[in-house]
Design a protein around this ligand. Sequence first.
Ligand SMILES: [Mg+2]
Length: 422
Amino acid sequence: MTIALIDGNNFYAACEQSIDPSLVDQPLVVLSNNDGCIISRNAEAKAFGIPMGAPFFKVRTKLKQYGVKIRSSNYALYGDMSERFMNLIKNYCEELEIYSIDEAFVNIKRPMNCNLHPWAKELRTHIYQNLSLPIAIGIGATKTQAKLANYLAKKVADTAGIFDLEISKHQEDWLESIAVENVWGIGHKMAQWCRLRGINNALQLRDAPSHELKAKLGITGIRLQNELKGVRCIPFAKYNKAKKETCVSRSFNKPITTMDELRQAISSYAVRASEKLRKQNQVAGIITIFTRTSLHKATFYSKSASKRLKPHSNDTSILLNASLALTPEIFKQNLPLIKAGVIMQDLQEDKYLQLHLFETYNSQSTIQRKVLMQTIDNLNQRYGSNTVRWTAYGTSPTWSMRRKYLSPSATTRLTDIPIVIS
Ligand SMILES: [Mg+2]
């Protein structure tokens, strides 16, 4: 078996372009929550030298001057595109490990002639035809090699987005061309340590004295070296690990000071968090809510409060009531709160629901509640989030995120489906 790392190029910007053809070939940037800073740029925007992570207000004039298109982050869109992306890859491999929103490791058998290029080419075309997302495919004997191959697929001209490091005749030359900072698992500090010892690239790291790496990094160092040599040490996670915690938190577009506003925000996050739990087939045993003022203010305030849920639950009204009851504990008068959130902890799979000995268990009403939640989720999925909503979080919140340049929910809301006029 060989490993390939499949990775979307400039994923958020590519998703935006895929639902809005007017953005194709135009420089485009995507902003973080609250339109704070730049988190994704397409190739045309990169060519203008707009840096990743730049605060929006600092580059606003420059963007306007160059005619760069701007979008607020639309996570409903990226999440949905990611799901479609992973589902398409599944048909092209033996095993799939979702690594991030736009990255997956796959296990794949080499054909008789060892050449995986036709496979990779077909997969790229398939993804592009279905989702208009450009991807890079890196192939290697190990996850680390696949990651480096993916880096080369993006950086080296003439690769057409595909790089097979495992069978390359010039593997050592390629490893030598990769700076040590760009090796998967080498952080900023570790890279400095390597450079001080004259280890400047991936090849030198592979051949560095093992005992020195072991002394510095422990077993991780030895694993990393073996992986570079082509010996598999990092296991392939066939099953997605169940989440241990689920958090929904946001910064407000302007500070809030009233209990009512905080209640509304907390309730909307609790509703979202319970939807997430149901999607993950999990129930929570502890709910924690928190809020804070700006980190840069002298009068910094931060407070959280928790409640144990008996029994575990993912029922919106139970989680909503629990979080609303906790809100007075974290609120403080006359303080400009800029962020709040809800964290669900002690998660369990919902089929193993632990029942409490002294709790009366009414199966009829439990089933009815489950069906109700499912119906609400289905309606919101079909017609867009907030089609069915809880009144606790108000109809026109003043605190919601700043998303001035938000694209429509083209893939998750029926009314937002793009219309093609021929
Ligand atoms: Mg990517």
